[in-house]
Ligand binder design. Structure first.
Ligand code: SF4
Ligand code: SF4
Length: 456
């Protein structure tokens, strides 16, 4: 493989960075064992914290469950967000410029997407029922509000972090992480009138996002292993799997934000039915994943893509976790299984990352992905890349555990795992015994005219 200069620099600096990161986190763990650091108020203490070992401060879930992947801690600074290299100014995005909203504005190449963009998730009655339930936590009154005038003293941000994680696990989160909130994760503008994008100038459908809070609590919920094993990844249950985890994480985020405001601190829930920010940078900052070949989607070392997240941005004094490195960048470089299986060829086969909005990532085409998800007539939306990815595509067996342990080592072992994965047909099969849902093929056709979702 020919390595260009940029790639060489990236690999070298990444290696040095990893050495420093591993050493720093090892020292952090030793320090924490000897004398856990107590920071009076992390919110005002310009990053002066001692990183706790992952999950050290949760009682209900004492260790983050990374499966058997080998995980190192990485950094969150102006050059790196975990294993993502920052190479310039990362600009804040307007929510109106995200894939589905570009469709509603009539700006995707395939114009059929405009008519279908508001209603496609509602084509399956079960997915529609979950999405309808999500509408109850969508209004501003559910996600934000004034904090209590009585501010409770938080003498120990690490203990508070443990408490918040335990509260989230109690509310049935599968994973929880706390990160420094990357400023560029905030939307520049958020949508207030999604349906209005069809007919009005975009300026009349958005408001500026002015919030800047220092921390982000990220909650993650599994989309369900058995259902994923039964699904093709783009059949009738595909959209409902997303909705199920959006709804579950959204509920947890709304409760946590309300609770934190009652303690006297600012807190805002961000979930699929009302975001102020994009989630992948928050996920990486909170130590719950790395960016993958699919572009801006992150992978968790145990759940792969098979999850959704919601988040709470807050100034509650907390001790953030560190981003993680489980070898995904090397793995994605050789694997390409998602690209081979994407029904719309939206995922790149490139071996090199490209610069995009001030950071390096794979050059996958998220507009093409949005088009397929909106117009898919074999089901609702799509998660085929989620299904086939070797990080989440198998039953929870010792063989899979051994595979991910091998896969997180280096490029050569990644090749080995991908080969074994393909040999056994993992990820591409639909296991009949798990297909519990009903299919409604006649409902999957896109509407010829614009159609609003069937809500209350
Ligand atoms: S969601 Fe489907 S269309 Fe989009 S990148 Fe993944 S496999 Fe391709
Ligand atoms: S399928 Fe392979 S290349 Fe695609 S995201 Fe998963 S590990 Fe990376």
């Amino acid at each position: 493989m020919v390595i260009n200069e940029q790639e060489k620099k990236f690999q070298l600096s990444r290696r040095n960075f990893l050495k420093a990161g591993v050493a720093a986190s090892a020292m952090g763990v030793i320090g924490a064992i000897k004398a856990p650091a107590k920071v009076a108020n992390a919110a005002g203490a310009s990053l002066k914290y001692t990183a706790a070992a992952k999950g050290q401060w949760s009682k209900l879930h004492p260790e983050h469950d990374y499966g058997s992947a080998t995980v190192h801690f990485a950094e969150n600074n102006d050059q790196w967000l975990g294993t993502t290299k920052i190479v310039g100014k990362v600009k804040n995005f307007s929510e109106a410029d995200m894939g589905f909203n570009l469709a509603t504005r009539g700006l995707l190449p395939n114009k059929k997407t405009q008519a279908a963009s508001l209603s496609f998730f509602f084509r399956h009655p079960f997915g529609a029922a979950i999405a309808n339930a999500g509408m109850f936590i969508a209004p501003p009154a559910a996600v934000e509000g004034k904090s209590s005038p009585k501010k409770l003293e938080i003498p120990d941000p690490e203990q508070m972090s443990q408490h918040i994680k335990d509260a989230a696990y109690f509310l049935r989160a599968d994973e929880v992480g706390i990160g420094k909130m990357p400023e560029y994760a905030y939307y520049s503008q958020k949508l207030t009138d999604k349906a209005g994008l069809m007919t009005k100038p975009v300026e009349e459908c958005v408001i500026p996002v002015t919030e800047r809070l220092p921390y982000v609590i990220v909650v993650m919920v599994d989309q369900n292993l058995q259902t994923m094993l039964g699904s093709t990844g783009y059949d009738g249950i595909s959209g409902a799997m997303s909705m199920k985890s959006y709804h579950a994480t959204g509920n947890i985020a709304v409760i946590l934000a309300t609770y934190i405001r009652s303690l006297g601190y600012n807190a805002r829930a961000n979930h699929a039915f009302n975001y102020n920010a994009v989630m992948p940078p928050a996920v990486i900052s909170a130590g719950l994943g790395e960016l993958s070949r699919t572009g801006d989607c992150s992978i968790h070392p145990r759940l792969g893509f098979r999850h959704k997240v919601a988040a709470v941005t807050t100034d509650l004094p907390l001790a953030p976790d560190k981003p993680i490195d489980f070898g995904l960048q090397d793995f994605c470089r050789v694997c390409k299984k998602c690209a081979e299986n994407c029904p719309n060829q939206s995922i790149t086969y490139d071996s090199d990352l490209v610069e995009y909005n001030g950071y390096l990532r794979w050059n996958s085409d998220m507009k093409k992905c949005a088009e397929f998800r909106i117009l898919n007539e074999d089901g609702v939306s799509c998660g085929r890349c989620m299904k086939v990815c070797p990080w989440n595509s198998k039953e929870d067996s010792w063989f899979h555990q051994a595979g991910t342990w091998i896969g997180s080592k280096n490029e050569a072992s990644a090749k080995l795992l991908k080969t074994i994965d393909d040999m056994f047909g993992y990820g591409t099969e639909s296991i009949d015994k798990y297909r519990w849902w009903l299919e409604w093929p006649e409902m999957y056709k896109y509407p010829a005219v614009a159609q609003a979702p069937q809500t209350h």
